[in-house]
Design a protein around this ligand. Structure first.
Ligand SMILES: CC(C)(COP(=O)(O)OP(=O)(O)OC[C@H]1O[C@@H](n2cnc3c(N)ncnc32)[C@H](O)[C@@H]1OP(=O)(O)O)[C@@H](O)C(=O)NCCC(=O)NCCS
Length: 214
């Protein structure tokens, strides 16, 4: 779905019309997102079109330990991550790419955070019904820890090096596409599926979208 903008939450109208089908996620946007942002607890980005809020994502810095990720060769102390604290799309617009667009922005923010302050990946406490959505982009499930809330949420993690790899592939594909205009006729997702394992293909696709040929 094109034709929408994603911007940092400001003095928004239409918050009360937003309905993703999950009361807690609706309520967060209506009542808490602006206050939370003003207090610097988190930052929310909204996808908007023609005065309507199509979806939103809330990001906050957090930490992860090597024990949680199961990675070896990492320091024992907690390492910086970006947390996808909330992600929701209005039910009228689900399945049209808005969630992917908001996730793409989040991965770009993780790359920026890594450059500026350090970041080893993106974490999310996924609702069980959203786990396969995140898996499409390369997130893997972590062992639930005592701090996971709510208890039913599945802790998931996408390491930064996978995001960097996907960006590298997207850049290479973009250069290739400029050299061979015919490639622009090919849906990029098919191009990546042809060249890389499927899990990374979806991530590459999501980051690749900004290089779409005109
Ligand atoms: C989960 C959610 C954010 C996805 O956003 P969306 O805009 O509907 O997703 P997209 O249109 O970008 O979907 C991208 C792909 O993922 C698939 N997908 C969407 N939701 C999915 C889900 N819950 N499980 C598995 N796959 C899913 C889509 O079919 C699409 O596949 P395609 O590229 O082969 O067509 C949205 O459905 C939502 O807000 N759900 C209710 C709230 C929620 O569960 N939020 C997550 C909290 S952790």
């Amino acid at each position: 779905m094109g034709g929408y903008e994603i911007r940092r939450l400001e003095r928004e109208t239409g918050l009360s019309d937003f309905d993703c089908g999950e009361l807690a996620l609706n309520e967060y946007l209506r009542r808490h997102a602006q206050r939370s942002q003003a207090a610097h607890f988190a930052v929310t980005y909204v996808a908007r079109r023609a005065g309507r809020i199509l979806g939103y994502v809330t990001l906050a810095p957090s930490q992860i330990t090597a024990d949680e990720t199961g990675q070896t060769g990492k320091p024992r102390y907690p390492l910086p991550t970006l947390t996808l604290a909330r992600l929701a799309v209005d039910h009228h617009f689900q399945g049209q790419g808005v969630g992917t667009g908001l996730l793409r922005l989040s991965l770009r923010e993780a790359l920026r955070m890594a450059e500026e302050f350090g970041c080893v990946g993106v974490r999310v406490a996924a609702k069980p019904e959203a786990v396969s959505f995140y898996e499409r982009f390369g997130f893997v499930q972590l062992t639930p820890s005592a701090i996971t809330r709510p208890a039913t949420a599945a802790p998931m993690f996408l390491p930064l090096n996978q995001i960097e790899d996907a960006r590298g592939e997207a850049d290479r594909a973009a250069r290739h596409a400029h050299a061979h205009r015919a490639l622009c006729q090919t849906p990029v997702i098919r191009f990546f599926r042809y060249r890389v394992p499927e899990r990374r293909a979806d991530l590459s696709y999501s980051l690749r979208a900004r290089y779409k040929c005109s």
